[in-house]
Design a binder for this molecule. Structure first.
Ligand code: SAH
Ligand code: SF4
Length: 359
């Protein structure tokens, strides 16, 4: 039988397990700190625990279970992308981005594949395999945090923008956020965590009711239902009016500005008409728009907009006083777009640098 990952236990579950083994109440907190503060690689290193307890933990649990299948480094040295293998053979991706101001941001996955089917997205093109557990979500960040700490750095930010739709895997994602945020754990401030969603309206409302300070990003990509439904099938279920209403609700509850993401696709959603419609839709809303020229994928014929079109689009938004930034996709040379590395490895059997090559 496959052993359970200790990262899949909440603090309450760990406490209960250890109590069941006759351990004093303070032990769970000790183990927790070894796991998430010291980020030890094996139970043996938990030096203030009795040997018998370390052995029992060792026999009952594994310390994580993500195997590194491949790792790519961008040519500018500021982006690292990992392909990780789960025990059932599924592959997921996580990315670490370094910024000059010392920010270190991990982009992590919440599902293997995705059920939402957005046409331009490599993960959407793969279909859905399964939800990740909270432990599997947290472990991706922990691996980067451990590595950074060994280099005298610290993981400062998390974006839930890897593979999968986080709000489709609501409970595990929420548990993971709490764990990342836990001051006795990875201690990453809620304001330094951002969740990106394709727009699952009831889940956005539920998330708003959690009253967290976590940043919310909405993958908008189109400002009319007709155009949006073509790109994001989920829009047929929850059209724009419902989505914007839910966003208002989130802003009201969290008191935070929301980010909208917009992948600019030449001749598709980069027209002056779409820009005006977007300006109308967002005028007066506490928000910011990230404009990202499309990262081409094998399953979709669209191309990125050229810089002149991007500028024109941005100028129109400006006339509605809607702020926007043009973002360059980080690590474009290493398939850092979500799902793209896995797609590439599987379809072409491309030689990527493996963990063994790297170590
Ligand atoms: N499922 C969530 C989070 C993961 S995707 C969501 O959709 O929001 C992270 C972001 O990358 C989303 O805004 C998504 O629309 C965008 N994206 C996906 N494929 C892309 C591509 N090929 N080019 C540009 N952006 C892309
Ligand atoms: Fe899923 Fe997000 Fe990709 Fe859409 S863009 S298919 S929701 S991962």
């Amino acid at each position: 039988m496959q052993q359970q990952s200790i990262y899949d236990l909440s603090l309450a579950e760990l406490t209960e397990t250890l109590a069941g083994w006759g351990q004093p109440a303070y032990r769970a907190r000790q183990v927790w700190e070894w796991l998430y503060q010291h980020k030890v690689r094996d139970f043996e290193a938990m030096s203030n625990l009795p040997r018998a307890l370390r052995e029992r933990l060792q026999a009952g649990f594994v310390l994580g279970r993500l195997e590194q299948e491949a790792e790519l480094h961008s040519t500018d040295g500021q982006t690292v992308k990992r392909l990780l293998r789960l025990p059932d053979g599924q592959l997921i991706e996580s990315v670490l981005m370094e910024y000059d101001d010392h920010r270190r941001t991990a982009c992590i996955s919440t599902q293997a594949g995705c059920a939402m089917g957005c046409v331009f997205c490599a993960t959407g093109q793969m279909g859905f395999a399964r939800h990740l557990t909270a432990g599997e979500i947290v472990e991706q960040a922990l691996l980067f945090a451990r590595q950074l700490e060994s280099e005298g750095e610290r993981l400062s930010n998390i974006v839930l923008m890897g593979m999968g739709e986080p709000l489709h895997n609501y409970d595990q994602t929420l548990e993971a956020i709490r764990r990342l945020n836990d001051e006795h754990g990875l201690n990453i401030g809620q304001r330094h965590i951002t969740l990106s969603t394709v727009g699952l309206v009831p889940a956005i409302r539920r998330f708003a009711d959690e009253k967290l300070q976590v940043g919310l990003a909405i993958s908008l990509h189109a400002a009319t239902d007709e155009e949006r439904s073509k790109l994001l099938p989920v829009n047929r279920r929850w059209p724009l009016a419902d989505l914007i209403e839910a966003v208002h609700y989130y802003i009201g509850q969290a008191g935070r500005r929301v980010t909208f993401e917009w992948a600019l696709i030449a001749g598709e959603n980069d027209t002056p008409e779409q820009a005006h419609k977007l300006g109308h839709l967002l005028r007066g809303l506490k928000c910011h728009v990230n404009l990202i020229p499309l990262n081409p994928t094998s399953g979709y014929a669209g191309r990125p907009s050229d810089p002149v079109r991007v500028k024109a689009f941005q100028d129109i938004l400006e006339s509605y006083r809607v702020s926007s930034t043009v973002r360059v996709r980080r690590g474009i040379d290493i398939q850092a777009g979500c799902g793209q590395l896995k797609a590439e490895v599987q379809s072409q059997g491309k030689k990527v640098r493996t963990a063994e090559d790297h170590d």
